[in-house]
Write a protein that binds this ligand. Sequence first.
Ligand SMILES: [Mn+2]
Length: 243
Amino acid sequence: MNKTYFLSDLHLDPSRPHLYKLFHEFIGKIRGDAEALYILGDLFEFWIGDDIIDLRIGKPYLPIIEQLRSLSDSGTKIYFIQGNRDFLIGQKFMDRIGGKLLPDETVIDLYGTPALIMHGDTLCTDDKGYQLMRKLFRLWIVQKIYLSMSPEKRDKKASEIRSKTSEKTKQKDYKILDVNQQAVEKALISRGVTLLIHGHTHRPAEHEFQIQGKVVKRIVLGDWGDKWSYLEWYFEDKYELNY
Ligand SMILES: [Mn+2]
């Protein structure tokens, strides 16, 4: 148990059974050697609220919950940062999987190296329309109204929003959908760290650049399509980004 894993953007959805299978195999692979698993958002294609877990509508998600539970029971610490698709994941979900919800932006100690971890959508500041929508969805009152609807209605609303935003995204410029370099630098400087790990953009890569004369690194996790995508950290600065 001496490795730390990072995942994001699996976009698990009952309509994509092959992702369930991949996820199951991945949990099997890391069981026994993962001391920690960080899920940096968008584990699910969308999540309409923790209250569905024990309802009929939540049944397709149970296998995922059970696998994460068995992983945490085997000794792996599981940490979760909400994504833009599953920002309604809360304490109940964490209690079920035996995980811990972390704030949107968190600095962790990665074998001696402080690392800033986040989903990554807040770095895409050029996408003004998205940032406005994000602010709206994160309002307490908006969530309260949404969660007061029946699960079926919430499910319907979520698909409507999804198809609308995916239409809009298609029309947006490739560059606008990526992180803004100034936002990246601001995040690193304000936390005083030289390592940033995030997902969201589905553009897995390692970027190295300098801020105020210091070499800094931004590691971007990939999304899951037909294979696993993850970051595996051994100790100190030894790691491997797989995608
Ligand atoms: Mn995302």
